[in-house]
Design a binder for this molecule. Sequence first.
Ligand code: PHE
Length: 357
Amino acid sequence: MDDLRQKYLSAIANAADEAAIEEVRVNALGKKGEISLRMRELGGMSAEERMTAGPALNALKDEINSALAARKAGLADAALDARLRGEWLDVTLPGRNRRQGTIHPISQVTEEVTAIFADMGFAVAEGPQIDSDWYNFDALNIPGHHPARAEMDTFYMHRAPGDNRPPHVLRTHTSPVQIRTMEAQGAPIRIIAPGRVYRADYDQTHTPMFHQVEGLAIDKDISMANLKWCLEEFVKAYFEVDNVDLRFRASHFPFTEPSAEVDIRCSWEDGTLKVGEGDSWLEILGSGMVHPKVLQNAGVDPTQWQGFAFGMGIDRIAMLKYGIPDLRAFFDSDLRWLRHYGFASLDVPTLHGGLSR
Ligand code: PHE
């Protein structure tokens, strides 16, 4: 009996997994197990022999059963411990995305434009998107009756009935930042002002919200020639080409005199735009010499100072450079579009490191 006990208890202790435990159980207590057979032999024993062998066998059976159960539980605990150790995870870590987000083409182009003009000594200025009609219109030499107000499809802010103060508007262009910057800094000035602007318009090349970048250079002797040089340098750097043809076309803006709209030489081949060659021209900006009345309205003495200004459509030049056909898709927040046209989030555009590569 002691040998049996010894044999099975050590077999149980050495069983390395559930299958081994089961094997021990079958060998000892299964139908044809060694202990089961012994118990069957009880029938052939004398009553006296049975009196001692019976309880001893039963006790042995119980002992082995509980040893089996204990070993089983021990193995299960060890397996769970191993699994917990193997599958350990720090739930306080931030989530890991399968794919990084991208930089929107508008942000990318704004960065590119900023890098190029920063290299020419232009600082970045900003103004509010909701502005008074003084800053958006009057100060820029656009009086109340001027047709430019109607042409701009202005969004007017709501006013309480009976409130007769001049209205605020969603700025229709970035030109009010000219006034605010001159008021705040005086001359000389060299700034660009990128930002959102609003006009009630919607088709393939117009959205009610879009982006402009204003440029303003004021000093004692700034001329139209400086404007031309700056814009040519900008366009070459921005489109990453050595040669560009710009066409300065006489135009009219109430806040510049003289005024010019600027077209860029380009060609369309198979629906893709090539800048710098071809027989087509594409308008990219409005510009001119800042009107003396505008300087005066902003507290800058027009007998001392003069300069140029320009206003360029950021969305427009983004579409041109990156071949994006429909402006409306810029603001749809469609992930497929963003992944296709977006830029790597860690590639900061610089002139030395490359703007778009
Ligand atoms: N503000 C003009 C527009 O939105 C552009 C412009 C800016 C023209 C500065 C001349 C000078 O169309």
